[in-house]
Design a protein around this ligand. Structure first.
Ligand code: NG6
Ligand code: CA
Length: 497
């Protein structure tokens, strides 16, 4: 009896191990401000992205893939939690913000953890760290990514244009000299280091007038926010992307024998764009274009190593972006002056910050050589649905209230429809259903003239038919008042849920 039990138990263990080995690794690459029209596989002609194109050619290229929101923090909040970010009022966070993802909730990485995966995040974070704004940057930094589901984290806290300009590995700022502690303040100047405002002659890249980015100067670049100390720990912008790549390869090499989930939050082409020397001037489109070439090279390196390690066939790579594109987001870096006809929006209206399509319709690729056939899909898919979909895929119970739905069939290319309805967030919210898009009335300004982007705000309701007017040129609200009413009621209902 005892022997029989032992044998059965061993067989159970063995089958578990075998199944575990068959589970695909998942690498979710989330770019920062990469636009629908920024890749040659999405029609860009002024810039070539051969490595990402290869990814597109071997998997699914989605034409209607979305983030929830037209800015970073809200969009990443939804990706992590499966919850519409406007429910809790998530907004772009300063670099010293406290963590906004609840640590007691199921998250995307926890779904993978519950399925036996190793989990990691490398790159941008921007969801806050610690319980308070005021924190000891020199001590243990928590709660943060490790408390929301990642076994390993190597991140920077917010954005590259915000202090503190340091890497945080798990709970520690790396390369910190205890004799030179870091202090951060977003309200007033601290310390006596030069700022972009007082010492513009020290800048190697000018800040755009009226946009800020003129506080503490780090590596010749004016930042948002003030910091002092931590001199040895400060990053060099030209090394940011290659550092994250190196950490990524190191991580994958060490975990390649077990299934892993890696959220690789790459930084391109968010400001300040300061690519490695080998990419500077290469695109002819200024540093923004050069940053896109750097991104493409990085993806190529990653794919090369997956192949060398023999795990390329059974690794799912998802490639997407947290929000739409912007040219001038705070620095005079050539993106506008050297645009040369490049259209980062890919013919869509709006851009980053906008309720129009270019705000949330982003590059969206899924490749899994072992299982997915190359194809283009027009299914409406969202990053918010990764959690519910992978929970279904990995048979992890999803017993919490959230907004995500299971669209795994669309993600794997079997269903060509995806969602029927979806709420998109610019400044105003939009209700999308069966190709109709209603943008709720808004008091906000129509154009952000500093970044030169139409925000999609109008005091009256807007209605577009995305099936034949993806560029949102014809407001049909007056012609179809009953459609406006239907979508408006639908949006109100979802808001109340
Ligand atoms: C904006 C910044 C912009 C960028 C953005 C966040 C100003 C005037 N502009 O507020 O430079 O940092 O926030 O970008 O401060 S995001 O991709 O993280 O949402
Ligand atoms: Ca972003």
């Amino acid at each position: 009896m005892k022997l029989r039990f032992t044998i059965t138990f061993c067989l159970f263990l063995l089958s578990n191990i075998l199944f575990a080995q068959q589970k695909p690794n998942v690498i979710l690459i989330c770019m920062d401000d990469l636009g629908y029209g920024d890749l040659s596989c999405y029609g860009a002609t002024k810039i070539q992205t051969p490595n990402v194109d290869k990814l597109a050619a071997q998997g699914i290229r989605f034409t209607n893939g979305h983030s929830t929101s037209a800015t970073c923090t809200p969009s990443r909040y939804a990706l992590m939690t499966g919850v519409y970010p406007w429910r809790s009022g998530a907004h772009i966070l300063p670099g010293d913000a406290a963590l906004i993802v609840p640590t007691d909730r199921l998250t995307l990485p926890k779904v993978f953890k519950n399925a036996g995966y190793q989990t990691a995040i490398i790159g941008k974070w921007h969801l806050g760290i610690g319980n308070e704004v005021k924190k000891e940057w020199n001590g243990e930094l928590k709660p943060g990514p490790n408390e929301t589901g990642f076994d390993y984290s190597f991140i920077f806290p917010a954005t590259a244009d915000r202090v503190p300009t340091v890497f945080v590995e798990n709970h520690q700022v790396i390369a910190l000299d205890p004799a030179d502690p870091i202090e951060v303040d977003y309200n007033k100047k601290i310390g006596n280091e030069p700022t972009g405002k007082e010492n513009p002659e020290l800048l190697k890249m000018k800040s755009s007038p009226g946009q800020g980015h003129d506080n503490t100067i780090v590596n010749g670049i004016g930042r948002i926010g003030f910091m002092t100390g931590g001199k040895t720990a400060r990053w060099t912008d030209e090394e940011l992307s290659t550092t994250f790549l190196a950490k990524t390869l190191e991580y994958i090499e060490s975990k390649r024998k077990q299934p892993f989930f890696l959220l690789f939050n790459m930084i391109e082409p968010h400001v300040p764009r300061m690519p490695a020397t080998m990419f500077k001037g290469k695109s002819g489109l200024g540093f923004r274009g050069d940053a896109i070439l750097q991104m493409d090279w990085t993806v190529g390196e990653l794919m090369k190593y997956l192949k060398i390690w023999g795990i390329d066939k059974n690794t799912i790579i998802i490639f997407t972006s947290d929000n739409g594109p912007v040219l001038d987001d705070g620095y005079v870096d050539g993106a506008v002056a050297m645009q040369n006809g490049h259209d980062p929006m890919g013919g869509l209206r709006g851009g980053k910050y906008s309720a129009f399509e270019a705000g949330t319709r982003v590059p969206f690729l899924i490749s899994w050589p072992q299982k997915i056939k190359p194809q283009v899909s027009d299914a409406l898919v969202s990053q918010m649905d990764f959690m519910a979909s992978f929970a279904n895929f990995l048979k992890v119970p999803l017993n919490i209230k959230q907004d995500g739905i299971n669209t795994i069939s669309a993600f794997l290319g079997k269903d060509k429809k995806g969602r029927t309805s979806y709420v998109q967030q610019g400044g105003a919210l939009s209700m999308v259903m069966d190709g109709w898009k209603y943008i709720e009335p808004s008091e906000g300004r129509a154009i952000n003239t500093l970044v030169n982007i139409e925000l999609g705000n109008l005091k009256a309701p807007q209605l577009y038919n995305l099936n034949n007017d993806r560029g949102e040129k014809n407001n049909l609200a007056n012609r179809y008042p009953e459609k406006v009413k239907e979508l408006q009621e639908m949006l109100e209902k979802i808001k109340k849920q």
